[in-house]
Design a protein around this ligand. Structure first.
Ligand code: SF4
Length: 316
């Protein structure tokens, strides 16, 4: 008997995986990654399959069919995408069912009874999703009806309290799991503010745009133009890596300086230089020479660092 386990590395999916392994199910953990996750380290369990669903997220993020949660988190559409991916993998592995760590009523948007059932139906996996943590509280699944697994082995955890799951983890000697939020940036108000700005001004969102949203200070200079200023060495390197042929990169030479990426209208170069100078170690000097690189050319311009009031007006 085989099952695909939607595995995030969090407590609930780790428990679900362990539980079905105790039932002697041959488990195939599947991690659906997307660029809106802030986790730097992917979970690490034997046989883990990782797939990237960023493209699917970009397609739905502007107008998710089932709306947003508190921020720009399209949790219902996200769960549908995940189950669809699990279904594809289930077919590939010739598995009998899908397992998730979902707990009834744990999350406000996607884990109430009706939503769980609707998500299952929409992903076309009705009756094939086994939820060991709440299974006794949910309708019998196909593998239960076919006698592949016993309903008696299911648990009846419900609600937001983590107490039972934590006790269970202790009993099962599970010590490693990631935080419950899983680091989804679509629940982060600051990130969502920048994403909303991007959606307002860009018709098409690229994967690079999402990577850039995760780093630096962001400034909206006009409808077509943005400046992203690195906050530390690592972000400066990332900015250099993500720069493309249309962009201009600015920095103040021979001093502590961010790399700043100008994307869009070149007419905003002077403003961009002034912001770059403001975040360099020469911010208190009346006039600063800023270098800027575009394709293979490198030039300089002089400007005065931007004032805090002006900065506040442009910053996202
Ligand atoms: S919080 Fe993010 S990753 Fe989690 S279900 Fe919602 S959209 Fe998906």
């Amino acid at each position: 008997m085989k099952a695909v386990v939607l595995f995030s590395g969090g407590l609930d999916s780790t428990l679900a995986l362990k539980i079905i392994q105790e039932w002697f199910v041959d488990a195939f953990p599947l991690y659906v990654n997307h660029r809106f996750l802030s986790l730097k380290k992917q979970p690490d369990v034997p046989k883990l399959k990782v797939i990237d669903a960023t493209g699917d997220f970009i397609d739905i993020i502007r107008s998710p069919q089932h709306g947003y949660g508190k921020n720009l988190n399209p949790c219902i559409d996200c769960r549908i995408i995940m189950l669809k991916k699990a279904k594809e993998y289930m077919k590939k592995k010739k598995a009998d069912f899908i397992v998730t760590g979902e707990v009834l009523d744990q999350r406000p948007m996607s884990q109430h009874f009706d939503q769980l059932m609707m998500i299952e139906r929409t992903a076309e996996v009705e009756g094939l999703v086994v939820r060991p943590l709440s299974g006794k509280l949910l309708p019998p699944t196909i593998p239960e009806k076919e006698g592949l697994i016993s309903r008696e082995l299911m648990l009846e955890i419900k609600g937001r309290s983590r107490r039972i799951a934590l006790n269970l983890a202790q009993q099962m000697k599970i010590a490693e799991y990631t935080s419950p939020s899983g680091g989804c940036l679509l629940t982060d108000p600051g990130f969502c503010h920048r994403l909303a700005d991007l959606m307002r001004y860009s018709e098409k969102i690229e994967e690079r745009d999402v990577d850039l949203l995760k780093i630096g200070r962001h400034f909206r200079l006009d409808g077509e133009t943005k400046l992203i200023v690195g906050r530390h060495e690592e972000e400066n390197k990332t900015i250099e890596k993500l720069m493309n042929a249309k962009d201009i990169m600015l920095f103040v030479p021979d001093t502590g300086s961010p790399n700043a990426l100008l994307i869009g209208n070149k007419k905003a170069l002077k403003t961009a230089a002034s912001i770059t100078a403001r975040y360099s170690d020469k911010k208190n000097e009346p006039s600063v020479t800023v270098h800027y690189k575009h394709k293979k050319t490198e030039k300089t311009l002089k400007c005065s660092p931007m004032t805090n009031d002006e900065i506040a007006r442009l910053r996202l």
